[in-house]
Design a protein around this ligand. Structure first.
Ligand SMILES: [Zn+2]
Length: 275
């Protein structure tokens, strides 16, 4: 299994002091041992991610949406497959109002024209609140569970039978009772080889906001440890963090990595290795 981060920032793109970590909001590419890639979220990272996939000949795009907040859907206006007649895009979402939200992003006054498909084929597949789906074409099983975030968020586990990648952006880990299903996702049926977890806040800066739906990076590391995750990656960076801040957090956390746009992982025999 391969995992590549295309967008790792939360809320908005960062400032010029943070470009070592990239410049895009959330988008991750997951590949099984065959077939087309699967994408998570339509943050601005979907633009370079989709361009790279198109250049490699991909014409069928599969996207799982974690939720509908702007930083996770704003890249749809620069997602080339949504505007190409030779592409089919399937968006999976469990969130009520997904179609309306995407239409809103792609219509005035937020967008110059009303999106009518422009000849491209795009469809929405509505998911139940939690479930499991086999993506036969790429050899992956996707399991999803709700977690604590205003208006809800979907956490995702991609599994090939030996290796598992869990993605948990925009989660307020402090609300333990609401995140029990997510914690099980990290460790069952076996501990995740790789887990990318929201670490938006830093305790020492006094920036924690209760009920904003995010966690400190220390909480991200703690939830990974108590669920036996083999490799943790902290993501959804605060745009007020500089390169120096993020490097400092990473240096203080031996074994953990902070996600960067373009960072790639290979997962085999249960172990994740940075490619
Ligand atoms: Zn977000």
């Amino acid at each position: 299994m391969q995992v590549r981060f295309w967008g790792t920032w939360g809320s908005s793109a960062p400032f010029q002091t943070s470009l070592e970590f990239g410049c895009h909001t959330t988008c991750v590419e997951v590949r099984g041992d065959r077939g087309d890639p699967v994408f998570i979220d339509l943050g601005t990272g979907i633009a370079p991610a989709a361009d790279a996939a198109l250049a490699a000949g991909v014409r069928q795009f599969t996207v799982f949406l974690t939720h509908l907040h702007l930083d996770h859907v704003c890249g749809s206006c620069a997602c080339a497959p949504l505007f190409r007649q030779d592409c089919l895009t399937t968006v999976y979402s469990e969130h009520v109002g997904t179609l309306a939200a995407l239409r809103q992003v792609l219509s005035p006054p937020l967008f110059p024209v009303y999106y009518d498909g422009f000849g491209a084929r795009a469809r929405l597949e509505e998911l139940p609140e939690c479930g499991e789906m086999r993506l036969e074409a790429c050899g992956l099983t996707v399991t999803w569970r709700q977690a604590a975030h205003p208006q809800g968020v979907t956490t995702l586990r991609f599994d090939d039978g030996t290796n598992a990648f869990v993605f948990a952006t925009d989660i307020e880990l402090r609300l333990r009772a609401e995140n029990e299903a997510f914690e099980r996702l990290l460790r069952e049926p076996y501990p995740a080889s790789l887990a990318a977890i929201d670490g938006f806040f830093s305790d020492d800066r006094g920036d924690y906001h209760k009920n904003w739906g995010h966690s400190t990076w220390l909480e991200a590391l703690a939830v990974a440890t108590r669920n036996q995750v083999r490799q943790v990656v902290v993501t959804h960076h605060n745009p007020h963090s500089t390169d120096n801040d993020l490097r400092g957090f990473e240096r203080a956390s031996p074994g953990a990595r902070w996600a960067r746009d373009g960072q790639s992982w290979s997962i085999a025999n249960g172990h994740a290795q940075e490619a």
